[in-house]
Ligand binder design. Structure first.
Ligand code: ADP
Ligand code: MG
Length: 697
C-alpha cells in the first residue's frame, strides 16, 4: 500500500507483508521466471514447470527470512475447512549440520497420505494416496503463530490417483474456466475485443458470534457440536434491535483491530466490521477479489477469527445457528463477473452497449437460477444450515431472485417487446429498442431474499457461516456458463439463419427467457407463509432438509450438467453426494449423542436436585401451608418426566440410525429441558444461560 498516511507507520502499510505476492516475487525471482509466473497468475496460462525450482528456492529464501521452519500444502477437503501437513525445510548434511532445502518438485506436488479423507468411494484403501498440486493463482503466504511455529503455506488443490477431485477447489477452478469460456463467447457476439481473461468476482460477508471462553468451557454442546443443544431464550435478546450496527465494545474493538492486522498481513483486504442483529453477533467483510482468491481468503478469515478470539479470552462461533431463537449466521456471497473487456457485466452502464450486456446478464442469471434452483439449494445444504434457512431471519429454502422495483419494471417492458418508459426519467437506446436509464443505486434493499441483486452484483445469502464458499460458487459459475451457452447457441443459430441485426435477435431471445423464467422473481417478504404457498403454485422447489436438497446431485440432469462443462465427472458428482449426505447424518448423530449425555448427566440431575429441595422445603413448612410447592413439584416432575421420556426416545432413534427421529426427539428433549431451566434455581442449573453467553463479554 502506498503511504498516504504522514503520521508514521500505519497498520495499513503492513498489508501483504506475509504474502509471496507479485510485488515480493520481483525481488526474489529472475525476470524470466517472474514473467512466466505472471503469465500463469494474471493471464491464466499453463504453468511452465521449468521455473519450479527457481520459484521454490525464492519462496524458501523469503519464508526463512520471515522465520519459517516448515512448509505445508494447504488444501480444502470435502469435510473440514482446510487440511495441512507440515514439513520442515530441514536436510541434515554429512558433517552433522543441516541445510534448508525446498525443491520445485516439493512446491508443485505433495503426496499426503490421505486415506482418512472422505472420498465417497472414489478411492479404495490400496490407492489411498492423494495428491496436492500447487495453485499458483492463490499466492503462498507465511503464517505466524505468536506462541511459536511459522509456516510457509502453499494453497493447493487435492485429488486422487486417477485425478478425481477430492477437494473444494478443483471444481471451483474448473467451473471458473467454463464460465470464462462462455463469457468470452458472449463477448464476441457483442463485438467485444477480448483484452483480458474474464473471471468471477466474490466478496463474502462473514457473520460470527463471540462469547467469553469461561462460558464456552462449561457448554459441552458448544465444545462438541458448535451449537447450543439446550438453552431457554432470555427475556431480552435481539428484540430491541439495538445491537445491529450498535456501538462496538472496547474488548471487541481490540479483537477486531487485531483480526484486521492479521488479515492485512496475509493480504486479505478486510474492510468493514459491525455488530450484527443478535447480541454477541458480528460481521466482517472484505473488498471483493477474484473468486478463487476470495474463497481462500475467506477460509483464512475464519481461521484468523478463531485464533485471535482465543488471545482475547473469547471463542468465535462460526456455526450457522449457535443459539436457537435469535439470528443465525450466514455468509453473503456477493458474486459478479468481470468480462473480457475488464468491466463488471452486472453493472448497469452508461451506453446502450453496456446496458444490453447488463440486461443479458440479468436474464442469463434468471434462467440459470430458475432452472437450477434445487442445485443451488443443494450447494448450501448442511445439517447446520438447515437450522437457519427457513427460520425467520434467514432466506428460506425456496430460491428466488430479488431485482427491485425499477429493474423488475424494465424486465417487464423487455418482455413486452422493448422498454419505452421507466419509473425513472430518461431513455437509453439499445439498438432497435429503447431502454430507460439505469442509475447505479436504483436497487432497493430486501433482506429476506436468498438471491438479491444489489447494484452491481448478486448477493447469494443462503451460504452457511461455517461453509467454504467454494460449493456455492461452483454452482453459480456452472449454471451461469450453461445459461450463456444456451443463449449464445440460440443467437448464433438465428444469425446463421440470415438474421443480421444482433440487437433484434437479442431482444427476441431475452423476451423468451423472461417469459419462461419470470416465476423466479420475487420482491416481497420471503419469510411469509403466503410466499410459501405462492412459490408452490409457481412450481419452485422448497427443499427444507439437507437429504432432500442433496437428492438433486443424483439427478441425471445434474450429472450431465457438471460433465458437459468439465466441472465434475459422474464419479465425482456421485462421490460428493455420498460425502455430504454422510456428513449430514454424522452431524445429526453426534449432536444426538451429545444431547443424550447432557440430558442424563446435567439436565435431569439438576431437576432431581430441585425436586429434592422442594421436598425439604415442604417438610419445613408449618402444617397446612403449601407455599405453592405442590404446584412447583407437579410442574418440575412433569417436565423431568417429559425430558426422561424424550431421552429414551432419542436413544432409540440413535440406535436405529434414524436422523429424522433423532432430530424430533432432540427437539422434544430440548423443549422439556428449557422448561426446566426456566424454573430450576439458577445455582442448580449446570449450564451457562443464554443471557450470560450473549451479554457478558
Ligand atoms: P452491503 O451489501 O452490506 O451493503 P457492500 O455494498 O459494501 O455491503 O458489499 C458487500 C460486499 O460485496 C463487499 O465484500 C464488496 O466488496 C462486495 N462487492 C462489491 N462489488 C462486487 C462485485 N462486483 N463482485 C463481487 N463482490 C462485490
Ligand atoms: Mg450485503
Amino acid at each position: 500500500m502506498s503511504k498516504t498516511c504522514t503520521c508514521g507507520t500505519s497498520k495499513l502499510d503492513r498489508f501483504g507483508e506475509n504474502v509471496f505476492s507479485l510485488k515480493t516475487m520481483r525481488n526474489y525471482l529472475s525476470e524470466n521466471a517472474y514473467q512466466k509466473l505472471v503469465s500463469t497468475i494474471v493471464k491464466g496460462e499453463a504453468l511452465d514447470h521449468s521455473i519450479a525450482d527457481e520459484v521454490a528456492e525464492a519462496m524458501k529464501t523469503w519464508s526463512l527470512e520471515k522465520g519459517a521452519t516448515h512448509f505445508t500444502h494447504l488444501f480444502q477437503p470435502l469435510t473440514g475447512v482446510t487440511a495441512e501437513k507440515h514439513e520442515a525445510f530441514l536436510m541434515p548434511d554429512r558433517e552433522g549440520g543441516a541445510v534448508a532445502t525446498f525443491s520445485g518438485k516439493e512446491l508443485i506436488q505433495g503426496e499426503p497420505d490421505a486415506s482418512s479423507f472422505p472420498s465417497g468411494g472414489l478411492r479404495a484403501t490400496f490407492e489411498a494416496r492423494g495428491y496436492t498440486a500447487w495453485d499458483p493463482t492463490s499466492p503462498a503466504f507465511v503464517r505466524e503463530n505468536p506462541k511459536g511455529g511459522t509456516v510457509l503455506c502453499i494453497p493447493t488443490v487435492f485429488c486422487g490417483w486417477h485425478g478425481d477431485a477430492l477437494d473444494k477447489k478443483t471444481g471451483l477452478i474448473r467451473s471458473q474456466h467454463a464460465l470464462a469460456k462462455q463469457i468470452t463467447r458472449l463477448g464476441k457476439l457483442f463485438g467485444i475485443k477480448a483484452t483480458t481473461r474474464p473471471f468471477a468476482t466474490l466478496g463474502p460477508e462473514q457473520e460470527y458470534f463471540l462469547i467469553d471462553r469461561k462460558f464456552y468451557e462449561k457448554r459441552l454442546d458448544l465444545l462438541q457440536t458448535g451449537r447450543t443443544l439446550f438453552g431457554s431464550r432470555p427475556a431480552r435478546h435481539q428484540q430491541m434491535e439495538d445491537h445491529y450496527f450498535g456501538h462496538i465494545k472496547p474488548r471487541i474493538m481490540a479483537f477486531m483491530d487485531e483480526v484486521n492486522l492479521e488479515l492485512w498481513k496475509l493480504g486479505v483486504p478486510a474492510r468493514t466490521q459491525h455488530n450484527e442483529v443478535s447480541p454477541a453477533q458480528f460481521e466482517i467483510a472484505p473488498i471483493f477479489e477474484e473468486q478463487n482468491l476470495a474463497v481462500d481468503h475467506n477460509v483464512v478469515t475464519m481461521h484468523v477469527l478463531q485464533e485471535v478470539a482465543e488471545r482475547y479470552g473469547l471463542v468465535c462461533l462460526l456455526h450457522e445457528k449457535p443459539f436457537a431463537g435469535v439470528n443465525g449466521s450466514g455468509k453473503h456471497n456477493n458474486w459478479s463477473v468481470a468480462g473480457s473487456d475488464g468491466k463488471n457485466w452486472l453493472s448497469p452502464g452508461n451506453t446502450p452497449h453496456d446496458n444490453a450486456k447488463f440486461l443479458t446478464m440479468l436474464c442469463v442469471v434468471m434462467k440459470a437460477v430458475d432452472t437450477h434452483a434445487a442445485l443451488l439449494r443443494a450447494a448450501v445444504a448442511t445439517a447446520g444450515n438447515d437450522h437457519r434457512l427457513g427460520a425467520n431471519e434467514a432466506p428460506p429454502a425456496i430460491i428466488s431472485i430479488f431485482l427491485g422495483e425499477q429493474l423488475t419494471d424494465i424486465i417487464q417492458q423487455v418482455e413486452k417487446g422493448g422498454a419505452k418508459s421507466s419509473k425513472a426519467a430518461g431513455l437509453i437506446e439499445i439498438g432497435a429498442s429503447t431502454l430507460p436509464k439505469l442509475p447505479r443505486d436504483a436497487t432497493d434493499r430486501n433482506r429476506t431474499s436468498p438471491m438479491a441483486f444489489t447494484g452491481n452484483k448478486f448477493e447469494f445469502r443462503a451460504v452457511g457461516s461455517s461453509q467454504s464458499c467454494a460449493g456455492a460458487n461452483v454452482v453459480l459459475n456452472t449454471i451461469t456458463a450453461w445459461a450463456i451457452d444456451e443463449l449464445c447457441t440460440e443467437i448464433e443459430a438465428k444469425m446463421a439463419a440470415g438474421k443480421k441485426d444482433m440487437n433484434t435477435v437479442l431482444q427476441g431471445v431475452l423476451q423468451g427467457i423472461i417469459r419462461k423464467h419470470k416465476r423466479i422473481l420475487f420482491d416481497g417478504d420471503n419469510y411469509t407463509d403466503e410466499w410459501k404457498a405462492e412459490a408452490a403454485k409457481r412450481g419452485l422447489p422448497n427443499l427444507v432438509k439437507t437429504p432432500d436438497a442433496l437428492a438433486v446431485l443424483q439427478d441425471r440432469k445434474t450429472v450431465a450438467l457438471f460433465e458437459k462443462y468439465g466441472v465434475f465427472s459422474a464419479r465425482e458428482t456421485k462421490s460428493r453426494y455420498e460425502v455430504y449426505l454422510h456428513a449430514y447424518h454424522q452431524t445429526v448423530t453426534l449432536e444426538g449423542f451429545c444431547a443424550l449425555r447432557m440430558a442424563r448427566t446435567m439436565v435431569l440431575p439438576a431437576a432431581y436436585r430441585y425436586l429434592a429441595e422442594l421436598g425439604t422445603a415442604q417438610a419445613a413448612l408449618p402444617k397446612g401451608a403449601t407455599a405453592g410447592i405442590p404446584a412447583a413439584v407437579k410442574e418440575a416432575a412433569s417436565l423431568a418426566e417429559a425430558a426422561s421420556d424424550a431421552a429414551a426416545t432419542l436413544e432409540k432413534a440413535l440406535h436405529a440410525h434414524d436422523s429424522d427421529a433423532t432430530l424430533a426427539a432432540m427437539l422434544a428433549l430440548r423443549t422439556a429441558a428449557d422448561g426446566l431451566e426456566n424454573m430450576v434455581p439458577a445455582n442448580l442449573w449446570p449450564l451457562p444461560s443464554y443471557a450470560e453467553m450473549l451479554f457478558l463479554m
